[in-house]
Design a protein around this ligand. Structure first.
Ligand code: ATP
Ligand code: MG
Length: 574
């Protein structure tokens, strides 16, 4: 189908000014280029150009899914609460789940993800190992009532996701498909012209253990990453951490209780004692789901990572003000020596060799210097508890880690039997035994990826779309009417005939307006048709990615531009 657009009747209301609410380039430019409009916080309408781009992103995802034998379907957005009660997530998911009641007061939710629905569906219709493996996907709007919806399409409350789910007889089969999916996710990033890194990640709400996130590198990204030249990379919250330790004191000293009135932070303590924060130990308090007090000890210059605290004690929550009162412990002077009876003390593994800890005395206004594990207190568990940071040792090769920021555009998970067991979803194996499905799930943020592309491909003038997702490939900009318009229409028709997606700016606007809008919207190639050019038989062709302008003979401009487009298309082909 030929795609030929006319700016004169295209609904692309561009804005001259930057919208005040938009901090990030993608948010600002999508609004300015007339591609999206806000309905409410984190909820956006796609206008024709934005919708064209979104569909192109979705089509790339679709092609890559179809190529690995995943089958497209569509599940319902509306899901009954019973499914979620069965898996335990009606309670666990928390306020992010958009809940509603029907007229009979029955509970429903708007799907934030579809593990429950598809597990039930496949369980009802799949009986035998002969029907496995099975991989299904959908591209659909998802709902999550995010605490902080922001950055336009990057963190919405209504957004488009591709979610795929796979069902297997065993781990080997799951691993095979997981690897195929991971490769497909890499190709999707490449075809979107995203500079990306697959990183070790945490599985969060979804569950399961083995998981990889695909991060589009961007300063604006919310995720912090660490990576090594050797290829290892991880999200700081999930990275196995090797904290380099070099304590100032290496021989045990006597335990010394010191008054520290008014000192509540590590920084204040270190300053008062004339030592570095590195030589203090920070204790954070949490409680287990059973109500047991847990002390987490980490190096004073590092932060407790709540994700890892949860790995050490499943379901642990950090104490709030009321909890501190209830347990009767002083928030600013906690420590592992003589904590309240029954307290579980867990310490970061990097502290194992330290013999003189500077810690709180569990008494307001006092700290202890020289506390030694084994002598003055016992550590019940040594664990990896902190966020990784640049400068730490690479767990793979021992090299020094570097830091970067990223936008999580997609994630693959091995769920194993988490959902199939909780929901009693099983198949009959070759011996006639019932076994739970071994499952995987795989998500691509389609609307978030679109925004990530802009974060990586923009300049002061606007968006510079890679051709694979541009709303059209070539723009023809006539700078006048009469013979100029006639020549421009000729080019426009000739390009459309050659299968190029082309747009003509046939509005009665000044050249400056046309140039600005063309750059803002980000058409990859722009042909300027002006009086002078026509007289000289030369037209200017601009490459939006580099902003380089080339003068091309009028006679061969169609040929040249078709070649340019074909060259770009080839870079992103499946
Ligand atoms: P995040 O950690 O950023 O909140 P998530 O890990 O909860 O995301 P997943 O459950 O892995 O998200 O969902 C799959 C994909 O859907 C994500 O990789 C991301 O690209 C996209 N996505 C998730 N939440 C949002 C959102 N609020 N707005 C836009 N896209 C989202
Ligand atoms: Mg994720």
């Amino acid at each position: 189908m030929t795609v030929a657009l006319r700016m004169s009747n295209l609904y692309a209301p561009t804005l001259k000014e930057d919208p005040a609410e938009a901090e990030l380039a993608s948010h600002r430019l999508l609004l300015r280029a007339g591609m999206i409009r806000k309905t409410a916080a984190g909820i956006y309408t796609f206008l024709p150009l934005g919708w064209r781009v979104l569909n192109k992103v979705a089509d790339i995802v679709r092609e890559e899914m179809d190529a690995i034998g995943s089958q497209e379907m569509v599940m319902t957005v509306l899901q009954p609460a019973e499914l979620w009660t069965e898996s335990g997530r009606w309670d666990d998911y928390g306020p992010e789940l958009m809940r509603l009641k029907d007229r009979h007061a029955r509970d429903f939710c708007l799907g934030p993800t579809h593990e429950e629905l598809i597990t039930t569906l496949v369980d009802n219709d799949t009986r035998s190992y002969r029907e496995l493996p099975l991989s299904l996907y959908q591209i659909q709007v998802k709902f999550r009532d995010e605490v902080r919806p922001r950055f336009g399409l990057l963190r919405g409350r209504e957004f488009v996701m591709k979610d795929a789910y796979s069902f297997h007889v065993d781990q080997t089969s799951l691993q095979e498909h997981y690897d195929e999916m991971s490769r497909a996710y890499g190709r999707i990033c490449e075809r979107l012209a995203l500079e990306y890194r697959p990183v070790v990640a945490d599985s969060g709400q979804i569950g399961g253990k083995v998981t990889t996130e695909f991060m589009a590198l961007a300063e604006a990204g919310e995720a912090e990453l660490v990576y090594c030249e050797c290829g290892w990379a991880a999200n700081v919250e999930a990275a196995e951490t090797r904290v380099p330790r070099s304590p100032a004191v290496s021989e045990p000293v006597a335990l010394d209780k010191r008054p520290t009135p008014g000192l509540h932070t590590i920084a204040e303590l270190a300053e008062a004692w004339g030592i570095s924060e590195h030589d203090t130990v920070k204790t954070m308090a949490g409680k287990s789901p059973e109500g047991r007090l847990v002390f987490f000890c980490v190096p004073g210059d590092r932060e407790l990572n709540p994700v890892k605290a949860g790995w050490a004690v499943s379901g642990v929550e950090l104490l709030d003000e009321a909890d501190f009162k209830e347990f009767g412990i002083p928030k600013g002077s906690l420590g592992p020596v003589d904590p309240p009876a029954g307290t579980l003390v867990i310490a970061d593994a990097s502290l194992k060799g330290d013999v003189a800890w500077g810690v709180g005395a569990n008494e307001d206004g006092f700290h202890l210097y020289g506390a030694q594990p084994g002598r003055d207190f016992e550590v019940a568990q040594w664990a990896d508890l902190v966020f990784a940071q640049p400068g730490d040792e690479c767990p793979d090769c021992g090299g020094e880690l570097l830091g970067a920021r990223g936008i999580e555009v997609s994630q693959v998970f091995q769920l194993g039997t988490k959902y199939s067991e909780a929901m009693g979803a099983s198949f009959t194996d070759e011996n006639g035994d019932e076994r739970p499905f071994v499952m995987g799930c795989y998500g691509v943020g389609v609307s978030r990826s679109l925004a990530a592309v802009i974060e990586q491909h923009n300049d002061d003038g606007g968006i510079a779309w890679p051709i694979s997702v541009a709303p059209a490939e070539v723009a023809v900009l006539p700078l006048g009417d009469g013979e100029i318009a006639t020549a421009a229409e000729g080019l426009y028709n000739a390009l459309a005939d050659r299968g190029i997606e082309v747009v003509i700016d046939d509005r009665e606007e000044r050249p400056g307006v046309k140039f600005n809008d063309a750059d803002l919207i980000g058409w990859p190639f722009q042909i300027v048709v002006g009086k002078k050019g026509l007289a000289e038989g030369k037209l200017e062709v601009k490459d939006r990615a580099t902003n380089q302008k080339t003068s091309v003979d009028l006679d061969c401009v169609v040929e040249v531009v078709v070649d340019l487009v074909h060259g770009e298309r080839a870079k992103f082909a499946h």
